[in-house]
Design a binder for this molecule. Structure first.
Ligand code: ATP
Ligand code: MG
Length: 271
């Protein structure tokens, strides 16, 4: 049985016929996405899975409004995306912290623009620092933190602004296995308490199946949506990851991803 209650209304994000061509100043243009169509429901947790270079980050940047949509359209709550906004919080693949600001100041930064009174901002920042397990490191600078701690700071900063949708680009990719598992269950717990739409990019099939309501598997570059797999598991079961249903789903999704990874490798090896 599916435990996550995705919204029953219309889609919150509509992606239709989107292509994305990078035109680097030197070298050949790269078609990163080709005819991508996808809908994400309100409060749904959608994972995007696909081989390296298939355009996952590109798709996330387009939804975030960090890149312009040139072909096709992307609607958010019915309106075309015109640029970045506080309604869409993004956690980047590579940590994007201000190196000259402390953990606390990095988390406070986004809140300062949102206008609650100072004490409330400080309280809220602290609660998200605590939530990601960085209590005691409030006054540390990014250069004094491990990769995982930097990423947790970035997650705290994004969660603190309470965006309508969370765009997460391999947020746990750089973490050790233990921290990664902890963060995965923390994220699920946060999401259950305050369900919001999440688009979560990962390379990790288990992570996608564990976290998501649906897993969209992308093809090798140029990226298209190959298949969408509905994940029907009882996520409230603490032992779900050991269940045969979980293992079978991971196997099924692995099969889809492996085919594309092989194609991507062949494309890299061919002249
Ligand atoms: N700024 C850019 N200029 C030119 N090409 C780019 C640029 N950014 C990405 N690309 C190319 O577009 C394709 C898709 O890149 P993207 O970063 O979206 O892939 P990805 O699926 O996120 O990969 P990974 O899993 O390695 O993070 C890649 O082939 C990449 O080389
Ligand atoms: Mg990427």
């Amino acid at each position: 049985m599916q435990q996550h209650n995705a919204g029953s209304g219309g889609p919150q994000i509509v992606i239709e016929g989107v292509n994305h061509l990078y035109r680097p100043p030197a070298g050949r243009p790269v078609l990163a996405l080709e005819d991508v169509s996808l809908q994400v429901r309100p409060r749904e947790f959608l994972a995007l899975l696909g081989p390296s270079g298939c355009g996952k980050s590109t798709l996330l940047y387009l939804i975030g409004g960090f890149l312009p949509t040139e072909t096709g359209r992307i609607l958010f709550d019915g309106a075309p995306i015109a640029g970045p906004g506080p309604d869409r919080g993004i956690v980047f693949q590579h940590f994007a912290l201000f190196p000259w600001k402390t953990v606390r100041a990095n988390v406070l930064y986004a809140l300062e623009k949102m206008g609650p009174p100072r004490e409330q901002r400080a309280k809220r920042a602290q609660s998200f620092i605590d939530l990601v397990g960085l209590t005691g490191f409030e006054d540390s600078y990014p250069s004094q933190l491990s990769g995982g701690m930097k990423q947790r700071t970035a997650i705290a900063r994004t969660l603190a602004i309470d965006p309508k949708i969370l765009l997460m680009d391999e947020p746990f990719g750089a973490l050790d296995a233990q921290t990664r598992h902890l963060m995965q269950s923390e994220l699920l717990a946060i999401w259950r308490k305050s369900p919001k739409t999440v688009v979560f990019v990962t390379h990790d099939v288990q992570e996608a199946v564990y976290l998501a309501d649906r897993v969209a598997v992308m093809t090798a570059r140029p990226g298209r949506i190959k298949t969408i797999v509905d994940i029907r598991l009882d996520k409230s079961d603490p032992n779900v990851a050991k269940s045969s249903a979980f293992i079978d789903t991971v196997d099924q999704v692995w099969g889809l991803v492996r085919d594309e990874a092989i194609k991507a490798q062949e494309a890299r090896l061919s002249p």
